[in-house]
Design a protein around this ligand. Structure first.
Ligand code: SF4
Length: 340
């Protein structure tokens, strides 16, 4: 049987930044911003990537779009390694890979009208003729819930939510296959967030879009993603489908992230897990499990050896010595269940 190839597959992606350690010294250290990240996203799927600031999630997204050069690793689009493409080859692909920014203002030139902003990618990629471009701009504005009167205005004349709609219109203008959504609603009021998320969901169905949805916390990701990857200090520590992450997560860091969000049910009892200390600097990554200085369950082995991401059950992967034991049990349970 032919293997189902993910639309986007990231294999052992690495991004290291060398930094000088002092003014009077040439000694260099390395920031391991992304350190061996692997995951796949199927066509039409939303994959959530979460973690605290500085965990490497946005850098991972930018490596996929080649907005940053990777130190090593592969990014496959429909099974082809696009990291190896020349700049000329990659430019042709650019229309298939788009981005929605956290703050759309940075993607909207303040000196250009919305019509010019949306026309630019359409004309560069020769998707419509000059005669048809206004009609296509109006169609895009309509798709994102804006009047065609918006076309003649400038970005500063819009609210944050409206600018995000224009940013989305710009991202879908080239009819892309994949969109990197880099914290697209975190700068918006809560009342506007759900409108933008609903719009993104509608457009995903309409155009069969594939999203990588990057977010700081798990509350938004829960509503939009099918599967979720949790990052800590440049590595993925847990991946699973969204229900398992929320109801049966195994990594102590994931559990702490989940416990940090208020439960919508006021009568629900939930123990808040308070993590000790700050996220360590990626320049001085702790030995062994990088999470051990903050982990309430740290054991001797955690300070000496680095846990590897291992599958425990049906695609649920965890990098934790505690769940390695749980995982072995789960696989045995599964075998027993299958034998009955
Ligand atoms: Fe905690 Fe050890 Fe698991 Fe790391 S490997 S998360 S320190 S129990």
């Amino acid at each position: 049987m032919k293997k189902n190839v993910p639309l986007i597959e990231v294999k052992n992606l690495v991004k290291h930044f060398p930094v000088n350690t002092g003014v009077f010294t040439n000694k260099q250290k390395t920031i391991k911003a992304v350190d061996g990240v692997s995951f796949g996203i199927n066509k039409g799927e939303t994959f959530g990537l979460v973690g605290e600031s500085g965990c490497g999630k946005s850098t991972t997204g930018r490596l996929i779009l080649r907005l940053l050069p990777a130190t090593s690793g592969e990014v496959l689009l429909n099974g082809t390694n696009i990291q190896k493409f020349s700049n000329k080859e990659f430019r042709k692909l650019r229309k298939d890979l788009q981005i929605i920014f956290q703050d759309s203002s940075c993607a909207l030139d303040p000196k250009m009208t919305i019509e010019d902003i949306l026309s630019e990618p359409l004309l560069i990629h020769k998707l419509v003729s000059r005669y048809e471009v206004s009609k296509e701009v109006n169609r895009l504005l309509d798709m994102v819930g804006l009047s065609k009167l918006a076309a003649k205005k400038f970005p500063h004349e819009f609210s944050g939510g409206q600018k995000q709609r224009i940013g989305i219109a710009k991202a879908i203008a080239t009819r892309p296959k994949f969109i990197l959504c880099d914290e697209p609603v975190s700068a918006l009021d809560v009342s506007i967030q759900s409108q933008i998320l609903n719009l993104m969901e509608d457009l995903q169905k309409e155009y069969d879009l594939t999203y990588l949805f990057i977010a700081h916390g798990l509350n938004v990701v829960k509503h939009v993603s099918k599967r979720v990857g949790v990052m800590y200090l440049g590595k993925i520590v847990e991946i699973s489908d969204v229900e398992t992450i929320y109801n049966d997560s195994k990594h102590p860091y994931t559990k702490a992230l989940i416990s940090a969000f208020p439960d919508p049910d006021p009568d629900a009892e939930r123990d808040r897990i308070i993590l000790k200390g700050e996220v360590p600097s990626p320049i001085n990554r702790p030995e062994g499990c990088a999470f051990h200085p903050r982990c309430p369950y740290a054991m001797d082995i955690c300070r000496e050896k680095e846990p590897q991401l291992t599958e425990t059950y049906d695609g649920h992967q965890v990098a934790c010595f505690l769940s390695e034991k749980v995982g072995a049990k789960s696989i045995n349970e599964k075998r027993e269940a299958e034998a009955v």
